[in-house]
Design a protein around this ligand. Structure first.
Ligand SMILES: *[C@@H]1O[C@H](CO)[C@@H](O)[C@H](O)[C@H]1NC(C)=O
Ligand SMILES: *[C@@H]1O[C@H](CO)[C@@H](O)[C@H](O)[C@H]1NC(C)=O
Ligand SMILES: *[C@@H]1O[C@H](CO)[C@@H](O)[C@H](O)[C@H]1NC(C)=O
Ligand SMILES: *[C@@H]1O[C@H](CO)[C@@H](O)[C@H](O)[C@H]1NC(C)=O
Ligand SMILES: *[C@@H]1O[C@H](CO)[C@@H](O)[C@H](O)[C@H]1NC(C)=O
Ligand SMILES: CC(=O)N[C@H]1CO[C@H](CO)[C@@H](O)[C@@H]1O
Length: 472
């Protein structure tokens, strides 16, 4: 199925012309007409027939929430959003925008975020604000949700097109994208008259929502003055690579020559048409995102071959979301030429360009790997590490790191390396993806929990004696 999909896509690509955003200028063409024709690479592969998700029964608004609409474009369009029923706008210091996963169940995700917040408040967790406003946008599908949105509310034709930040197709006159809908939330919370105490707006996404969010952290608008913005993305299955380089070395899994759409948006920047804010070059987007407060959180057990299995996604690190994710960490750190130790991270790149002219060797992104979590938002965000990612301001636990990894000057707190098994990962570049799987099985075998959430002295101890599991 994968191969015939590739052939279909090859034909499509031959029929179309490959416009590359790599060389495009910052000026913005007249986009609204173009956007309506636009299909991202994943949608092209399915011929627009992707049926991921589910047929929703009538919307259920969770207790403690209400459903409201926020204006997005200039055509009267609105994004539907679950919202704290009785928000304390004048007292709130934090606001959360939780993005649902591929099932487009904003109500469930609103409840998850609210529960995680309430339990952190109850435990007196620093920065968990009892007055925080919790919101969860609802990206309707015209295929599965008809009758559930009204004439002004946004909906998308292809069921997962919203994950790629595509243009909505309802209302008919609209040309706004899923990114513009999130930008509208920034505009909303930037209002100091309404939210005088608000310090930070936190975008949180997992799975399909993690995909939207990691793209949004790259192409969305900047934090407005007076409001910090944090982007927290969990377990997505693909990312938009800034260059044509890919980490996968195993050509029997996928290869570039037989994957013509590998660099087409949502997987790369070819044919990306921008947002209402305009269109920049991939390098400009890179320069913008690495300065942002972005936190990646990844379930270490998220290794089953679910989610996107198109060659475009496989080229980003193989069948498992987890490995794609760790490869992405290698990729952005290498592009930026940071001091981060990448020993044991999967993926290999030869001749990646040196973009330290825009990074100055620093990225403001953090990667936390939750050793015991698979592809489950509740497990990921309900874990010790998940809480830290959602609420902590200072150093974060790194969670799992490959054997041999050493903390470096990138501002991230240290965790133990190697999951308690000194023999787990031995090589970094020969067959990196499989060595991580090997590490995973040896971690499971040893059953060791090596996470250390504090003090570097313990971390140092753990580095010296990686077979000792410390729990603090
Ligand atoms: C890229 O965009 C152009 C112009 O809209 C279109 O003709 C072409 O089919 C697109 N190619 C792909 C691979 O999406
Ligand atoms: C659609 O619903 C929202 C509330 O969710 C409401 O504010 C808006 O006015 C409605 N629009 C129309 C055209 O009915
Ligand atoms: C900010 O919020 C206040 C109070 O709700 C409102 O009157 C005002 O129009 C808002 N400002 C903007 C720019 O939306
Ligand atoms: C890799 O590319 C070759 C041709 O370049 C092709 O024959 C082979 O099927 C490709 N492998 C995969 C897994 O796509
Ligand atoms: C580490 O893993 C290997 C292979 O999976 C196993 O043979 C060995 O006993 C493990 N060592 C420890 C200390 O758990
Ligand atoms: C390749 C890939 O999917 N990388 C992602 C790893 O995880 C973070 C969020 O969890 C994303 O932002 C990366 O793009």
């Amino acid at each position: 199925m994968r191969i015939s999909g590739c052939i279909t896509a090859a034909l499509l690509a031959l029929a179309g012309s490959f416009a590359s955003a790599t060389s495009s200028s910052s000026s913005r063409p007249h986009l609204s007409a173009l956007r309506h024709h636009k299909r991202d690479a994943s949608t092209l592969m399915s011929g627009g027939k992707n049926n991921e998700g589910e047929n929703h029964s009538p919307l259920k608004v969770p207790a403690g929430a209400k459903l409201r609409s926020l204006p997005v474009g200039d055509q009267g369009e609105e994004i539907a959003v679950y919202w704290t029923r009785k928000p304390k706008n004048r007292k709130a210091t934090q606001a959360y925008v939780m993005i649902h996963g591929k099932l487009r169940n904003g109500n469930t995700y609103w409840s998850t975020m609210n529960k995680v917040l309430q339990s952190a408040v109850k435990d007196g967790y620093p920065n968990a604000d009892e007055n925080a406003v919790v919101t969860a946008p609802q990206f309707f599908s015209t295929i599965y949700n008809s009758g559930q949105y009204n004439s002004s509310q946004l909906a998308w034709a292809d069921v997962n097109a919203w994950q790629a930040g595509e243009t909505a197709t309802h209302p008919k006159r609209t040309s706004v994208t899923a990114f513009d809908a999130l930008d509208a939330l920034i505009d909303h919370f930037a209002n100091k008259t309404k939210y005088p105490a608000l310090e930070r707006l936190n975008f949180v996404g997992h799975g399909g929502g993690g995909q939207l969010l990691n793209r949004y952290a790259i192409v969305g608008k900047d934090a407005p003055s007076g409001l910090a913005v944090r982007w927290i993305a969990g377990d997505p299955s693909s990312a938009p690579y800034f260059t044509k380089d890919r980490p996968l070395a195993d050509a029997s899994v996928a290869n570039i020559s037989s994957c013509p759409l590998y660099n087409t948006w949502r997987y790369g920047f070819d044919n990306f048409t921008g947002t209402l804010q305009g269109l920049k070059t991939p390098k400009e987007y890179f320069a913008q995102t690495i300065k942002r407060d972005v936190r990646y959180i990844v379930g270490y057990q998220d290794t089953s071959a679910n989610g996107d299995q198109y060659c475009m996604a496989l080229l980003q690190g193989g069948v498992a979301r987890r490995d794609r994710n760790l490869s992405w960490w290698r990729y952005i750190n290498t592009l930026a030429r940071t001091a981060e130790d990448l020993t044991g991270f999967p993926g290999s790149f030869s001749n990646l360009p040196d973009w330290s002219d825009v990074s100055l060797n620093v990225i403001n992104h953090k990667l936390v790997v939750v050793e015991d979590a698979d592809h489950d938002a509740v497990k990921v965000f309900g874990s010790t590490e998940g809480r830290a990612v959602l609420f902590d301001d200072g150093d974060l636990p790194t969670g799992w790191r490959p054997k041999g990894w050493r903390a470096s000057g990138n501002g991230q707190k240290i965790a133990a390396a190697g999951g308690g098994n000194a023999t787990s990962i031995t090589s970094t570049s020969s067959s990196p993806v499989s060595s991580v799987s090997q590490a995973q099985s040896s971690i499971q075998a040893s059953g060791a929990s090596a996470l250390i959430t504090c003090r570097s002295i313990f971390a140092l101890l753990a580095l010296l004696a990686p077979t000792i599991a410390l729990t603090v």
